[in-house]
Ligand binder design. Sequence first.
Ligand code: CA
Ligand code: CA
Ligand code: CA
Length: 171
Amino acid sequence: MRAGLPLLSLFLLCGCASEPAPEGPEPAWEVVINEFQADNVSTLADESGEFDDWIELFNPTDEPADLTGHYLTDDLQAPTAWRFPAGTMIDALGYLVVWADGAPDGTLHTSFSLSAGGEQIGLFAPLAWDGVQIDAGEYEQQAADQSMARWPDGALTWQADPSPTPGRAND
Ligand SMILES: [Ca+2]
Ligand SMILES: [Ca+2]
Ligand SMILES: [Ca+2]
């Protein structure tokens, strides 16, 4: 493996490990997509009285999480579809509902909506942190007024929930 040595040396010499961390707060590495609804008929209306799709995020840590500059998307090939506004926080062990209107009519309202027939959802870090994926997944057809929810909160397992719990613990 003598041929590999020059490459290794180059890597060690590049000083990557000593690069300063990007400016701004650390990405919210622990925050998860915790529940979402793609066919909201009568579950919960937004400030405009519209029964739009929504995505619930959960912060499983005991510190507030700062989502400034993070991204949500419904297409993992296009991770920067919608950017969280500056100052978007989730409390320690808190929940945050983001409306997926398609046509935003408020601050936490995304430019995309969720297809009831199945789609992807992803949460990505700010570009200063190379926009790396924090949480993402793919879902199949969703029934009207049901949600898909992790159970318990933040767990790896998902279940369809006929009684969605936007902004509060999944049950
Ligand atoms: Ca929808
Ligand atoms: Ca709306
Ligand atoms: Ca919930």
